[in-house]
Design a protein around this ligand. Structure first.
Ligand SMILES: [Mg+2]
Length: 225
């Protein structure tokens, strides 16, 4: 093959590579991914009480359950399920939750819920409050937060680029999952004091409605950083 032919192939291939990235950039959507408990719904689950009722476990509950014997784990799962079901029955949305989801969709963003809760409980909440989201991931769908898998899987499904997308949540694991996926992160603290890990989030909000000016690029990053 002549040098000219090789040069033409190199130019052609490099144009294809540039074209691929250009198309990907132009077509990439933004996904706004919300945690459920304590973010869209007001926090009800008492994790300390759940740990106390199970007995002999510490730290994140789902991970602790994974280390129990099959019999102990089945008993512990019944405790978790009972608390989660009660939380669903008593659940209340944060002010603005429905409107913010609607505003995100009106801006052309894909909306999603990523929760460590179960699919049944998520479906009950979605149905009860008529929440409009494009997709969702629960603990039955693979590695839970703080793994980035849920964020990456949602972005892949809706055709969004993680680096153009957002993870919104009330806990460190929400922030870590977004960060590890390459997304921007928003910590929703409601009326609670600002936690130590707030410095790890790109933005901190006290109300869901405060998310919209951030998505529109009209708010400075987290002043606690
Ligand atoms: Mg939460």
């Amino acid at each position: 093959m002549s040098l000219c032919a090789i040069g033409a192939i190199v130019v052609f291939q490099s144009r294809r590579v540039w074209l691929f990235f250009l198309v990907r950039l132009l077509m990439a959507r933004t996904a706004v991914i919300f945690d459920l408990d304590g973010t869209l719904t007001k926090p009800i689950l008492d994790f300390d009480l759940i740990r106390a009722e199970i007995g002999g476990i510490e730290g994140p509950i789902l991970e602790a359950l994974g280390a129990l014997s099959p019999q102990r784990r089945a008993e512990a799962e019944r405790v978790v399920h009972r608390h989660e079901l009660r939380a669903v029955e008593r659940a209340q949305l944060y002010d603005g939750a429905v409107e913010v989801l609607s505003q995100c969709r009106a801006r052309g963003y894909a909306t999603a819920i990523l929760t460590r809760n179960s699919r049944d409980n998520l479906n009950r909440i979605i149905e009860r409050f008529d929440l409009e989201v494009d997709t969702a991931r629960t603990r039955e769908d693979g590695a839970v937060k703080p793994s980035p898998d849920g964020v990456l899987s949602i972005c892949a499904e809706v055709g969004a680029a993680p680096e153009h997308s957002w993870m919104v949540g009330d806990f460190l694991f929400d922030i870590l999952s977004g960060q590890r996926a390459g997304a921007k992160t928003v910590l929703m603290i409601g009326d609670d004091p600002v936690p130590d890990f707030a410095t790890q989030a790109d933005f901190v909000v006290t109300r869901l409605a405060d998310l919209l000016p951030i998505l529109d690029g009209n708010r400075s990053p987290n002043p606690t950083v």
